[in-house]
Design a protein around this ligand. Structure first.
Ligand SMILES: Cc1ncc(COP(=O)(O)O)c(C=O)c1O
Length: 366
């Protein structure tokens, strides 16, 4: 059997008529930028998440960059960030000329709150927590630390659409929540997109200006800005998909549970679920000592896997100038050598899931 890592058109095909109509309606409308679909999506999304405001943007990376900009984070400032994250989280900090201060992950792959305070200095301005792979990080503790030290809290929710911590959605705990609509995400679009959520009117206004050349009224430029608008076609398609996000989430949970119950191999460590955190399974990430061997074995059996992520940000070529070396963040580095993401997508068939479980259970390192 051949199983790709992601098969995005399974979900599309299920609701094809609705998606096709939504896109076609935009094409016919003659309005392609900042029209009623973006407004409608922003209203629907903020209602779903439970914040007062949100601003649609053209990527998750921009949502993070603008979040820090709106909080006036700049050169000389330090921002606490998980060492174990996708590099975009870190790009947002260095793009604003601030310094990333890496903190190692806990056993759930997320920012270890117990290691934050030792990294706080007089220059620390904010904490970015990432709800990696779709599992909410320990927002209680992280929020408590940010309040205690008077730091801004930003949530990178690029992988956690719909996930709750103590029954309260990710994206509502911090000063700003940042989301990506990259197609593979649980609420993925059909191209690039992103959004910020906030309860703060000033932040909302500033990010709205930043996305559109610093302008709210045509040719009146209040601040220096960018072009980072969520477009009408994406917004119309996301309006359709948002209706199904709970269904998408529940289906992913069922698949993940099958993996959790079915995979029984002492060479494989399964992902753990943290107390109070909801896991929406953007990714199902296992750990194994000889990762390359397992990856090759699965490939031979027709199962495609991916690694999220093979090189930690602090060891990436682009951050050589930060001066880190191998061993500086040993937990993160160990993970980047041992983790492997299994196929998990909406519309996955039972026989595909069972085949993967069977092949994994037959895996023998010798
Ligand atoms: C944790 C995390 N942060 C930020 C991003 C950036 O989002 P985008 O690809 O939409 O720019 C992504 C996704 O790619 C991500 O996984």
């Amino acid at each position: 059997m051949k199983i790709n890592f992601n098969v995005l058109d399974r979900h599309y095909n299920k609701y094809k008529e609705e998606y096709n109509k939504a896109a076609l309606d935009v094409l016919k409308s003659g309005i392609y930028i900042l029209g009623e679909n973006v407004t409608k999506f922003e209203n629907n999304f903020k209602e779903y998440i439970g914040t007062k405001y949100c601003v649609g943007l053209n990527s998750g990376l921009d949502s993070l960059i603008f979040a820090l900009k709106a909080l006036n984070i700049k050169e000389g400032d330090e921002v606490i960030v998980p060492a174990n994250t996708f590099i975009a989280t870190v790009f947002a900090i260095t793009e604003n000329k601030a310094k990333p201060i890496f903190v190692e992950p806990d056993e759930f792959f997320n920012l270890d709150y117990k290691k934050i305070e030792e990294k706080i200095t007089k220059n620390t301005k904010a904490i970015i927590t990432v709800h990696l792979y779709g599992q909410a990080s320990n927002l209680d503790k992280i929020q408590e630390i940010s309040k205690k030290h008077n730091l801004f809290l930003i949530e990178d929710c690029a992988q956690s659409h719909g996930s709750n911590y103590k029954n309260k959605k990710t994206g509502t705990w911090g000063d700003i929540g940042c989301f990506s609509f990259y197609p593979t995400k649980n609420l993925g679009g059909f191209g690039d997109g992103g959004i910020i959520t906030t309860n703060n009117h000033e932040i909302y206004k500033r990010i709205k200006l930043l996305r559109n050349y610093g302008s709210d009224k045509k040719y009146i430029h209040e601040i220096e800005g960018y072009n980072s608008r969520l477009d009408e076609i994406q917004a119309s398609l996301l309006n359709v998909k948002l209706k199904y996000l709970e269904e998408i989430k529940n289906e992913r949970k069922i698949i993940a549970q099958k993996y959790l119950d079915g995979i029984k191999n002492t060479n494989i460590i399964l992902p753990k679920i943290a107390p109070n955190s909801e896991h929406v399974w953007h990714l199902f990430v296992i750990q194994t000592k000889d990762r390359e061997n397992l990856k090759r074995y699965l490939e031979k059996k027709g199962i495609q896997t991916q690694i999220h992520y093979p090189i930690a940000p602090h060891l990436s070529e682009c951050y050589k100038y930060l001066g880190y070396k191998k061993g500086d963040f040993s937990i993160t580095e160990k993970l980047s050598n041992e983790i492997l993401s299994l196929p998990l997508y909406n519309g996955m068939k039972n026989e595909e899931i069972e085949y993967i479980i069977k092949i994994l259970n037959n895996y023998n390192t010798k």
